[in-house]
Structure formats: C-alpha cells, structure tokens
Design a binder for this molecule. Structure first.
Ligand SMILES: NC(=O)c1ccc[n+]([C@@H]2O[C@H](COP(=O)([O-])OP(=O)(O)OC[C@H]3O[C@@H](n4cnc5c(N)ncnc54)[C@H](O)[C@@H]3O)[C@@H](O)[C@H]2O)c1
Length: 426
C-alpha cells in the first residue's frame, strides 16, 4: 500500500484526535506517516512532537516554512474556525491536498472561497464532518431515497447540551471557541454543522429557498453564570431557524451550547408514510477516534448512533422499528461482511486517505466540501436573518454573505502572517 506522508497544522485539542485515528488505522494496515507538524505556540508543537515521536527538526512554528519540504503528501488543518479558509487556501496554493477541520468557515462567503480553491489550485479537499460517515446516515439516506418514508415533508435538526459552552463550562476546550474573531459563531456553527450536514445529506441535498432564524447569547448574560464573559461581547449560545427548500420541504433547526432544559428531543425526518428518528448522531469522530483503552478526546464516549422508524404497514397498522446501526470496531459490522470496502465510508480520515490513493474517486467518495458549503449557506442564512429581522432567500444569502476569514494573524511573538486567498464572488 502506498505510503501517505502527513503534515499537521495546529497541534491543539483536535489534532490529537487526528493522531488517534491515524494510530488506529495504522494498526489496521494503513501506511500512514506523520512527517511534520506546526503550531504557532512553540511549547505546544514541542509537546506534540515528544508525544508522537516526531523529531525536533520536523516541528515548525511557521507553516509556510513547513510547506517548503519535499516529502509531504497531504496537510491536515486543525486550526480554528475563522482560519480554515485562510490556512487551507494557503495549503492548496502551495500545491498540497488539504483535509480541513469543521466548520468549513464562519460564513458562506468563506466556505465558497474554500470550495472554489479546489479548482483554483487543482487540489483535493475534504472537510471533517464525522456524522455523515456511518451506517446510521447511510441507512437513513437509503430509506429516504427508496421512498420508505413516503413523501418527506419536514425534518428537524437538533443539538442540545445542558451546560456545555466550550472553553467555559468545558474549560479543557480552547477559549478560541468563544472568541468572536476566531470561533466567531456559537453552537449552530460548532456542533450544529454535524446535525445540519447529516440532515441535508440524508435528504439528498435539497436546494435551499429561504430561511428564517434567530440566535441568542442570553445564557451568557446571566450574572450568576458568568460575570466575566457577560462583560465582553459573547458569541451565541443558541441558534434556531426554519428553512424551506425547493419543492416545499421544510426543516426546523435548534442548536444550543447550554440551556436550562433537560431534553429537547432528537433530529427526525417526517414523511407521508413514515417517520425516522436519528438518535445519538456522531459528533465525536466515531470509534476510530477512541484511543485503545482510553476515552475520546475531550471526554465522554462515542455513542452508538441509532434509528427509530415509525411507519404504517399495508394493513393500516402502525409499527415502530428500532434499527441498530451496527457498531463494532470499524462500525457497521453487517455492511462490512457484505462489502469490506464499506470501511472506507465509516471514517472521515480513512475516506480521505482512500480518496488520495485513488481507491475512491470524485464520484464514489462523499463530497464533504460540497455538503459543508451548502451547510454554511444554511447556517449563514440564520445569521443574516437574525441581523435583518426577517427571512432571507438563498440568493440573498449568497449576495449578502461576507468573507470574514482572517487575512492577517498576529502570532504570540508579535509577528504577523498575511493570508492571500481570493476574494468572494457571489
Ligand atoms: N476540540 C474538539 O473536540 C473539536 C472537535 C471537532 C472539531 N474541532 C474543530 O477543530 C478546530 C480546532 O479546535 P481545537 O479544539 O483543536 O482548538 P485548539 O485551540 O486547541 O487548537 C488550535 C491550534 O491551532 C494553533 N494555530 C492557530 N493558528 C495557527 C497557525 N497559523 N499555524 C499553526 N498553528 C496555528 C493554535 O495555537 C492551537 O494550538 C476548530 O475549528 C474546531 O471546531 C474541535
């Protein structure tokens, strides 16, 4: 098997998940080598090198220097939201395929710039969206395609945490999540991406017509909860919306980081002949992201995504079927027995490496950049609708969306990086 030589940009929290997946895939015969890594915080990249056995001469604090090497096959971008377009475009412009963390960007305009960069620079691109790489998503998608739910007329995309603001309630997460210039947006762009992208993909990528939405940061402003953050301009802790797609399909959207509420239900799809509940949607990277005998990066465990199917049979009797989406160590045991190649669809990174090697093509891989870009259109629609106080059409979102990705970044030592990516064209 051809070796893939990997370089990592950003050695913070999520880079360790990339490394765990790489280590787990290597144990299963994948020929992967991390040849270099970079972080603007010298101690962080040093610690990363020490932990994973990467020699000091292969560690960098300026990724532009790292990209001058001649032994890199692909680059994994693990910096924060508002740097995804900036850094990933620089990677592709330097001549490398690029695997970027989610969300694709903090605005539709930036997602589109990054999407177009594939063509602009003739490079392969993937965006991390773990929720679409598992049997739960595939089974749901097939059921919708096969008409098992009848005519689908409504969907709900949901994510809820009782108290889970990253960097605050969950202090082991970087504070960049809640920095208005770096994380930029709240739950709708953070965990919401997993739920929205999964729903759009399962529904066959319906074309957005319009969306009405609001966001709130009221949870922050409660004095007893957070005096410090409430004095700054907190980013959102709640995003809600109602979208309408061509053909009349609707979807309501709910995503919070914290709310005084125990349960708000699950994502679901409603059809004329059946309903499907999507339970425990994967937003933690799948089983490959779990270190042997250890816990998922960031705590918690990978839950088993499940489906519940509510239908009416030919006799008019209602039934409920619980669909176990079959997790074993590669997920999807039954699918794997039937088609061993299904493993390539069970993990973000494995799919990316398979695509790089040519085992998957543009036709056979899941087109994560397209799905992520369409997801950005929807989430940016909620932001614009909230700003304007009215619903917005897809054409308006495209016309009004602004590129906000960082064009200049000040480093801890005071130096600056200038990012030279293309302008957004609506
Ligand atoms: N933490 C998670 O559990 C998690 C899960 C899924 C996805 N993500 C996504 O991954 C991204 C990063 O999140 P994180 O939690 O790892 O954040 P983090 O702050 O822990 O890591 C980001 C790292 O990037 C470094 N960095 C910033 N600019 C850089 C540059 N120009 N060159 C090199 N390094 C640079 C920072 O110094 C930092 O170490 C976010 O977009 C987030 O949405 C995070």
């Amino acid at each position: 098997m051809k070796e893939i030589r990997i370089a990592i940009i950003g050695t913070g929290m999520i880079s360790h998940r990339h490394m765990t997946v790489i280590q787990n895939l290597k144990k299963r015969g994948q020929n992967l080598t991390v040849v270099a890594a970079c972080d603007i915080v010298p101690d962080r990249v040093k610690a990363f090198g020490a932990r994973y056995g990467i020699a000091e001469e292969n560690l960098y604090t300026d990724f532009r220097e790292m990209l001058k090497r001649d032994d890199i096959d692909e680059v994994e971008v693990c910096v924060h939201n508002n740097l995804h377009t900036s850094v990933s475009c620089a990677v592709m412009a330097a001549g490398y395929p690029c695997y970027s963390e989610k969300p694709m960007s903090a605005s539709y305009a930036d997602a589109k710039i990054l999407y177009d960069a594939q063509k602009d620079y003739g490079q392969k691109l993937a965006v991390q969206i773990s929720s679409i790489y598992n049997p739960q998503t595939r089974i749901a998608k097939r059921m919708v395609e096969n008409g098992e739910l009848g005519e689908v007329y409504h969907a709900r995309s949901v994510g809820h945490r009782l108290q889970g603001r990253p960097g605050y309630d969950m202090p082991f997460f970087s504070r960049d999540f809640i920095d208005p210039n770096i994380g930029v947006h709240g739950p709708l762009f953070d965990l919401g991406i997993y739920h929205l992208a999964q729903m759009l993909y399962v529904l066959g990528m319906p074309e957005l017509e319009s969306v009405y939405g609001t966001q709130s940061s009221k949870y922050w402003t409660h004095e007893t909860i957070d005096k410090e953050v409430s004095r700054t301009a907190p980013i959102e802790d709640l995003g809600v919306g109602l979208a309408r797609f061509k053909g009349g399909l609707s979807m309501d959207i709910y995503e919070d980081w914290a709310m005084h509420m125990d349960e708000i239900g699950t994502s679901f799809i409603a059809g004329s002949n059946g309903g499907l509940k999507l339970i425990d949607v994967d937003s933690t990277g799948g089983p490959m992201a779990v270190p042997e005998g250890g816990q998922i990066i960031g705590g918690g465990s990978v839950q088993v995504p499940r489906l519940e199917w509510f239908g009416t049979n030919e006799h008019g009797e209602m039934f409920v079927t619980k669909i176990d989406c079959g997790i074993n160590d590669l997920t999807g045991q039954q699918e794997l027995r039937l088609h061993p190649e299904m493993a390539m669809y069970n993990d973000n990174q494995l799919q990316w490496y398979s695509y790089l090697r040519g085992d998957l093509t543009d036709e056979t891989r899941i087109d994560s950049p397209f799905i992520a870009c369409q997801t950005a259109l929807l989430s940016d629609g909620v932001v614009l609708s909230d700003e304007l106080g009215r619903s917005v059409t897809a054409d308006e979102i495209k016309a009004l969306s602004k590129s906000i990705a960082l064009r200049e970044q000040v480093l801890p030592n005071g130096d600056k990086i200038h990012y030279d990516f293309k302008e957004y064209k609506a």
